[in-house]
Design a protein around this ligand. Structure first.
Ligand code: OAD
Length: 251
């Protein structure tokens, strides 16, 4: 695979890199993106309608069952070459921060050390009422059925997924860190995100405004094209390992 010489030079000279990831980074692990059709119990439902506080209030077992299905799916998936290539870049830079919209744990399972989670984590639920964190056991009912959410041991409130839903604010510490890293980085790689869900989608644009070189890895076009310095069209699991090799381990 050939890459523009100027892009490789940017990566070699970079001290700080931010990798901004979305669902497409996990697609080659077998996790459907938000734009893919849902299956089973949820095939006629829009994920945008399930991922809301209102959907959970109206039918908690339905929404909790959807997240248990996703947790089972992730438990049976492995990080893919894109996750490993991102972790490997840590060896060549003084700072590599992964700013992710994903709620799975595949970046950490691949060895990424500094991860900013803009949309929370499916592995860290908490009580809807008193916000006490709740420790999940291994997933046992992820076959696509409705599952009643557990009850909070402290206040008996319902436990909800630890993810950010539509209409909710992003965790302020994660958001502030992401803004800071975007402002300071030399290169921002935007990987596998449609860049249409705000405010997360502001991060690559802000990095560009502050002088970073902006690179996109995606098989399709997104909302980011007008701002890009380099567009690498194709699957992240093929492009990223080749890019890391070309930039940092040339023959
Ligand atoms: P989307 O599902 O919107 O977009 C996935 C992107 O990944 C698309 O641009 C695809 O072209 C791209 N893609 C698919 N396969 C790929 C591959 N193998 N390699 C690289 N790219 C690939 O996912 P996000 O942009 O992450 O929000 O969505 C952002 C947010 O919207 C999510 O975090 C979630 C969602 O609704 C909340 O839950 C709040």
């Amino acid at each position: 695979m050939e890459f523009p010489r100027e892009l490789l030079t940017h990566l070699q000279a970079a001290e700080k890199v931010v990798v901004f990831t979305g669902a497409g980074a996990s697609a080659e692990s077998g996790i459907p993106t938000f734009r893919d059709a849902l299956t089973g119990l949820w095939e006629n439902f829009d994920p945008m309608a399930l991922a809301t506080p209102q959907a959970f209030d109206e039918n908690p077992p339905f929404v909790w069952g959807w997240y248990e299905w996703r947790r089972a799916l992730v438990a049976n998936c492995e990080p893919n070459p894109a996750h490993y290539a991102i972790a490997e870049m840590q060896n060549y830079l003084s700072s590599l921060v992964v700013v992710t919209q994903n709620v799975d744990d595949l970046h950490e399972r691949a060895g990424a050390k500094d991860i900013v989670r803009l949309h929370g984590s499916m592995h860290h639920p908490y009580c809807r009422d008193c916000h006490l964190p709740y420790t999940l056991g291994p997933v046992t009912r992820g076959g696509g059925e409705e599952v009643p959410p557990p009850q909070c041991p402290q206040c008996q409130g319902l436990v909800r997924p630890g993810v950010v839903w539509f209409g909710e604010s992003l965790p302020s510490d994660a958001w502030e860190r992401a803004l800071e890293e975007a402002a300071q980085c030399d290169v921002l790689l935007s990987v596998g995100t449609s860049s249409v869900v705000y405010p997360a989608a502001d991060i690559p644009r802000l990095a560009k405004e502050q002088g970073a070189c902006l690179v996109q890895v995606n098989p399709d076009e997104t909302g980011l094209e007008p701002f890009l310095d380099f567009s690498l069209q194709g699957p992240a699991g093929e492009i990223l390992p080749a890019l890391v090799e070309a930039a940092y381990e040339p023959a």
